[in-house]
Ligand binder design. Structure first.
Ligand code: ATP
Length: 450
């Protein structure tokens, strides 16, 4: 069994090899902790985001979606507290000049990189927001920031959304979008990067009900991660004792990564901090008139804030397995046991040989199935090698057109987790795939397979 460090190395290599994720600007040596998604990565990400959007926005009458700008008025970040508070204390090793978050070193007296003792400078505050200038003149007055979270775009649009959508408290606003943080210690592949995507939902509630909704969203969000196919034993709640300036209560959903248990998503009771601050700084009222209670108040906010890229990394880690091949137990295969509903490619299509009309039939199946699913046509190398490639891509099904197909319009469908095959009519493939996807459990396989 590979050590935990090697697992991260192996997953990083698999991501590059199969076109999930690779370093940005790689031909120039890459740019620190910035990554691009290839064809499989972008599909996986889209699938996760679409499921979140469907479950949070489309299936719920009480939550609206928005897409706000990355660049916002600089006062937003003063009101939010980011200009004053979004800083990390940083220390530098006088010997190797590497910088570390002061709280990460805790009581360490020795530099983790070069081993020098008692080498650290006093902590200095380091600002995590990326700063730029808007317009032709670069001056104090033209400073703009790349948003470090998507949440502020929701708060400032509270009325712009609520009024046309005719929502009443309790209700929520959700968005998915890029955020930027000039992290001091990025790393662990895509776990902590400087550019990343968030899926955030802010739920506006009557203050006395905040605790109830906080509990509700905690359990909803853990269930959502479980619905993506995560192994239950790898997901945990972690309640915060030390709270950020805006929070009244905070819990993280954590995942057991090979490098340790770490945050996937935060659920926070933010009280009336955000709307009160924007009311104070903008001069616009954020008071809500509750007709049923005949009461005016600033709603409290329960936030669920997850990272798309972190979720993707956790899914890859959770799905990654190295196990013996079915017909040749001396040989090992690498397989991603992703839930079929998030798998980038649903069906691999292979002609057994490149003659006897098999490629033509396989191409026809490919073009028909493309209207239902993402598919991949592969006629390169032995069937075994084609299976291995799709196993590494997490493709739940591979179908093979063979001699019998020419006679009776059936193909073999081979299921990824169990490597078990069944024979199916070509016309039934979409149904088999759909039914299996709804019922999927890891290593369960297809009914009637051999
Ligand atoms: P951490 O302590 O890990 O930096 P955080 O507590 O600052 O995270 P939040 O501000 O609560 O994170 O952000 C919400 C979510 O956004 C996190 O749970 C994570 O999934 C994601 N996220 C935050 N920072 C990053 C980053 N630098 N890279 C990737 N994802 C991130």
């Amino acid at each position: 069994m590979a050590s935990k460090n090697n697992v991260m190395k192996d997953i990083t290599a698999l991501c590059k090899r199969r076109g999930f994720i690779f370093r940005s600007s790689e031909i120039y040596g890459g740019i620190a902790s910035t990554y691009d998604c290839g064809p499989l990565g972008v599909e996986l990400k889209r699938n996760v985001k679409e499921l979140w959007w469907r479950d949070i926005v489309q299936l719920r009458p009480d939550i609206e979606g928005i897409d706000s700008a990355i660049l916002m008025h600089p006062k937003v970040w003063i009101a939010s507290g980011h200009v004053d508070e979004f800083v990390d204390p940083l220390v530098e090793c006088r010997q190797c000049h590497h910088r570390f978050k002061a709280d990460e070193l805790k009581n360490l007296e020795q530099c983790p990189d070069c081993g020098t003792k008692d080498c650290f400078t006093e902590p200095k505050l380091f600002h995590l927001m990326f700063q730029t200038y808007m317009g032709p003149v670069q001056s104090e007055d033209s400073i703009a920031y790349l948003r470090p979270e998507t949440a502020q775009g929701i708060y400032v649009n509270f009325e712009n959304v609520r009024t046309p959508a005719r929502q009443k408290v309790p209700f929520g606003i959700a968005q998915i979008g890029k955020a930027f943080r000039n992290e001091i210690t990025p790393g662990n592949f895509t776990f902590r990067t400087r550019e990343f995507e968030q899926m955030e939902m802010q739920y506006f509630v009557y203050p006395d009900n905040a605790e109830k909704w906080y509990k509700y969203w905690k359990s909803q969000r853990k269930e959502w991660y479980m619905s993506l196919g995560f192994k239950m034993e790898n997901l945990h709640f972690h309640a915060h004792e030390k709270l950020a300036h805006y929070a009244r209560a905070a819990t993280d959903i954590e995942y057991d990564f090979p490098f340790g248990r770490s945050e996937l998503e935060g659920i926070h009771n933010r009280g009336d901090f955000d709307l009160s601050r924007h009311q104070e700084f903008s001069g616009k009222s954020f008071e809500y008139f509750d007709q049923e209670r005949d009461e005016r108040y600033i709603p409290f906010i329960i936030e669920t804030s997850g990272g798309v890229d972190r979720c993707i990394l956790a899914l890859l880690v959770d799905a990654y397995e190295v196990e013996p091949e079915r017909d040749n137990p001396d040989k090992m295969r690498v397989v991603l046991k992703l839930h079929p509903k998030i798998a980038p490619v649903k069906v691999g299509i292979f002609p057994l040989v490149k003659r006897d009309g098999m490629p033509e039939i396989a191409r026809k199946i490919e073009s028909d199935l493309r209207r239902h699913f993402m598919v991949f046509y592969d006629d390169g190398g032995s069937i075994g090698r084609r299976y291995r490639r799709q196993d590494e891509a997490g493709t739940p099904f591979c179908i093979t057109v063979d001699g019998q197909t020419l006679e009776d319009d059936t193909v073999t469908i081979r299921e990824r987790d169990t490597m078990v095959q069944v024979r199916t009519k070509i016309g039934d493939i979409p149904d088999v795939v759909r039914r299996y996807t709804v019922d999927w459990e890891r290593n369960k396989g297809l009914p009637g397979g051999k």
